[in-house]
Write a protein that binds this ligand. Sequence first.
Ligand code: F6P
Length: 541
Amino acid sequence: MNNTTPSVQQWLESHAARLKSRPVPELFATDPERFARYSREFGGILLDFSRQRLDDGALAALLDLAGHAGLRARITALLDGALVNDSERRAALHTLLRVPGATPVTGPLAPLHMEVLAVRARLAAFVREIHDGTRHGATGERFTDVINIGIGGSDLGPAMAVAALHPFHTGHLRCHFVSNVDGLQLADLAAELDPAHTLVIVCSKTFTTQETLANAHRARAWIAARLGEAAVPAHFAAVSTNTLAMDQFGVGADARFEMWDWVGGRYSVWSAVGLALELAIGTAHFENFLAGARQMDLHFRSAAWRDNLPVLLGLLAVWNRNGLGCPSHAVLPYHQRLARLPAYLQQLEMESLGKRVTRTGQAVAADTGAVIWGEPASNAQHSFFQLLHQGTAAVSMDFLLPLQGAADNSADELVIGNCLAQLQALMAGHQAEDPQRRHPGSRPATLIAFARLDPAMLGRLIALYEHKVFVESVLWDINPFDQWGVELGKRLCGPILDALDGHAPPEAGPVESRPLLAWIRRCRQDTGGAAAGSRSTEGIS
Ligand code: F6P
């Protein structure tokens, strides 16, 4: 869009003004076909947006906006491997990871696809060997436990999916996830697990991430202290773009799995970063997970925008953010096994859309990414739903509802009944005499319903959100594939650590932090926690 084009907010203004004073129940009352007209189905997913404060005029404006923003060309650029990550001059080819071997890939993506398939084959062989016991620990014992060490995209994707697909676990292995730099997750696991039966996967695109390296060295020391230094290679696998660092860490060549700079961390669960998931559910189910995502990719590329689930979900997000002014968006799965989905989407959405300049470095003309949060909805009904019903905060919502998958049939009914009741209350509100009991209604909520959560369905759902985020980024003209915002804090940490542990005097820290650093050093000395130079990644045996 050029400078004379109205901003997203201006584009939507008149529609928002019209709809802000139209309660959603009225929209239903004047349109008996509203559910049919404002819902779409693809791949077993129902996207019901009939409870959004939306009418045909607003939807048409959003579709026009997408056209003016060049969405068609941007989708093609993304899927064809153009350098859509402008600031890093990289492609964002997570979709290539889901193209099966049987699908011919021609042109410049062909050699990359061959590399993807080669790594996939090595992963499948590795998983098979662990499952059948031909690959085992240094003492000859089978692996029973896997610890994935990683953070951000190298943790959230596999952790979310391993929990979500629990009914599909093969039963060979239990998977654990360690991300926090404080070392407590690993300390708890070390107290519980037998290193002789434990495989550690160090997952890091860069292999330079401080939190991951600290935990990896702790785990290495744990294995070495219990089983001897020579045992280390048999108990470690690694996933990274950084072969040299994996090598230096001591991971054997046959347990190192490559990823590529054209796979963003938050889009990496489809790559070897998904190894813990593949170990948990087996290769056949992992391939179904990829196949589900691939189905959504094809739909995203070719379906008319009016029927295109990711396009519609992205447009709804822009509508709620810029048209109706909701800075906050809740993700509410009616399924305990999707408990980590909100955290996963927090990284996907907020690292991608938390931007304030356009792709060419101009200040953005509209508000960008919303704050994403959420919890399993059954529990949330009894905590923060009060605010959703009667609070003054403007929050948009996604309700995710599997029709099967609870503990039994009657539990499924309880789940469905609660979800529909909440949707109804949020939409219709309640006109009580007593102001305390009055509910305004017309709260913007989308329902995403599906028969059951299986690997293919999870793949479709995650790809749906990935592409939804891309659509938003196109309408805001921002780069969703970089994350410069997290770099500054990382850089500042080094000098602060030096000043904290005595490698440097407190004066070496940032001037504003020096009195605080001096206070912390004093306190730590008083409590015996602060030997100079005590920063370490030492063992936890
Ligand atoms: O801090 C942000 C980030 O770079 C994420 O984008 C990424 O997923 C995470 O850190 C972990 O990075 P790596 O996989 O390189 O360890």
